[in-house]
Design a protein around this ligand. Structure first.
Ligand SMILES: [Zn+2]
Length: 328
């Protein structure tokens, strides 16, 4: 692993490499942006590069520090992650004890806090004291999706580095290369990944097609008369926490195509070209304003879902809106 393997995050990588080269590393960084776009990978490589014995602004992969890092036994690197949904004050106290010693081997002791927004208020206040008087030769890398959930006093003491979604075209090209799939399949997967390369590499094209069929069948059959069946389906989907985000993103992706088809009638602009006949038959009964309304409702559902609002309730509300758009 080196900086050159991080794809689609040229700006953050450039900033970090430049501070390494100048020997001007901050005592705390805040990496923020959506999930699955390379924040963790960048943080790991930054920590490794900071302590590399051969290179100034990257990791060589060959020196004793890089090797220990890759084998996960470099003594001056610690990871803090939420357990049972949060980072408790005891964990921060343990961290404070650890950083009271000088680095054992490395130039820097690096503390990687993944999911920093999950610190409890007590933990965050305690951590703030550490940031106010940072120990020498220690670098904190905080990673979060939504920095608005952090204390403003923590945010202001970190150098903020924003990570952005990766363009669909970039993901498509990587998928063609890495997975040896057709450009059509790669385009479909890239558009479903919503700019998250990590997700795109994890997904299988068959899984996407299966899920898409389920969604299209549901759209074809939604009806106020059969709400009980829909609620049952929602129950199953909402308990599948792992995939719910991708299910919602898929619904959004399909409705986006419907808006485009209805509005422009240009098939070239849609991601789900292979099922365009189904899409056309579905939008025959609805008008563009209804489809745009549905699109925004799905976006809103995704936002609420990220704030941990009851998933089944959100899906039920969304399906009622879907009924009003698709019921014949
Ligand atoms: Zn090295």
């Amino acid at each position: 692993m080196s900086f050159s393997e991080i794809i689609g995050q040229e700006r953050p990588v450039r900033i970090l490499q430049s501070s390494l080269k100048k020997g001007d590393v901050s005592h705390a960084y805040l990496f923020y942006g959506p999930e699955g776009i390379g924040k963790r990978l960048t943080a790991l490589n930054f920590a490794k590069a900071m302590n590399c014995l051969s290179l100034d602004d990257n990791s060589c992969g060959e020196c004793i520090h890089c090797k220990k890092f890759d084998n996960e036994n470099f003594p001056d690197f610690s990871v803090v992650e939420p357990a049972d949904g949060n980072i408790k004050i005891e964990v921060i106290r343990e961290l404070q004890r650890k950083i009271s010693y000088r680095p054992y081997e490395g130039k820097f002791k690096v503390i990687f806090i993944h999911g920093a927004e999950e610190m409890t208020l007590g933990a965050a206040n305690s951590f703030l004291k550490t940031l106010e008087e940072p120990p020498g030769a220690t670098v904190f890398i905080l990673v979060c999706h939504n920095f608005n959930l952090l204390l403003p006093t923590i945010i202001s003491r970190c150098q903020k580095i924003q990570f952005n979604l990766i363009p669909v075209k970039t993901i498509k090209n990587i998928l063609i290369k890495e997975k040896q799939i057709t450009p059509e399949d790669a385009h479909l997967m890239a558009s479903y990944s919503q700019g998250r390369l990590g997700k795109a590499l994890e997904m299988g094209v068959r899984d996407i097609m299966k899920m898409r069929n389920e969604i299209l069948n549901l759209m074809q059959s939604v009806s106020f008369d059969e709400m009980d069946l829909i609620f049952k389906k929602n129950k199953a989907w909402s308990s599948d926490k792992e995939n719910l985000e991708i299910i919602l993103a898929s619904i959004l992706n399909i409705v986006r195509d419907m808006v485009v088809l209805k509005g422009t009638k240009n098939e070239k602009l849609i991601a789900n070209l292979d099922v365009k006949d189904k899409l056309i038959s579905l939008i025959r009964v609805s008008n563009i304003n209804q489809l745009i309304f549905l699109f925004y409702s799905i976006e809103e559902t995704i936002r609420h879902f990220k704030r941990n609002i009851n998933a089944q309730l959100l899906l039920d509300t969304l399906m009622i809106k879907m009924c009003s758009v698709f019921e014949k």
